[in-house]
Design a protein around this ligand. Sequence first.
Ligand SMILES: Nc1ncnc2c1ncn2[C@@H]1O[C@H](COP(=O)(O)OP(=O)(O)OP(=O)(O)O)[C@@H](O)[C@H]1O
Length: 234
Amino acid sequence: MSDYLIRAEQLSRTFGKGAAEVHALVDVTVEVHPGQLTVVRGPSGSGKTTLLNILGGLDRPTSGRVLLGDGRVLSEMKENDVLAVRREMVGHIFQSFGLVPVLSAAENVEVALRLKKTPVAERADRVAAALDKVSLGKHGTQRPYELSGGQQQRVGIARALVSDPQILIADEPTGQLDSDTAATIMDLLSELTHERGIAAVVSTHDPILMARADRLIELHDGHVADGALASADA
Ligand SMILES: Nc1ncnc2c1ncn2[C@@H]1O[C@H](COP(=O)(O)OP(=O)(O)OP(=O)(O)O)[C@@H](O)[C@H]1O
């Protein structure tokens, strides 16, 4: 076993062809470690979403490899096996929360357990524990529109956490929140990462939130900025 949970080696991702070709990632090598909050920062269009999508098994590199800590090569797996890795290992948190409007907070969280085919008898307790963990124990019956933006994102975090992922991938999770709420959400992600030994990978534009990073990956035009990874190693 390695000390990393995911290692991306010499990753490149190109979109389009010919004159329309875009090099979203170029020769990117990064590692994601358990118990660490890794922040990916960089200007708009620098490749943050592309990197997160590849690390989370939602996209594949044009070249390079994505290794899992147990030795498997995510970037070379069949689609069904990638789907299984996503369900077993990865929790996704979205900028726009991604909640189903007609479902209550608890039902939104339960969706993740349904997808994993968790036995019905286990679900209620696990949903309640996940909502408690994000301080929403008393809000399980409320629909997303009855919750504030910060509360909706907490539901999104509970949904990502309920299936006990090893990796949390969050693309601009605070992008739609005011700065105070954004800070509390980032504190929560940091606490969960350290407490549960999860590897969290979070992209953000917000310099204040970067202070919570255990590791920093800085992207510019698809390249990792020199020294960014090494200097931020905890
Ligand atoms: N599916 C796609 N097809 C074509 N080009 C794409 C696609 N996805 C991303 N790109 C291009 O790749 C580059 C990197 O995009 P990406 O979304 O990863 O950047 P980002 O750093 O997340 O930006 P932002 O902060 O604005 O979300 C951009 O030039 C983008 O236009």
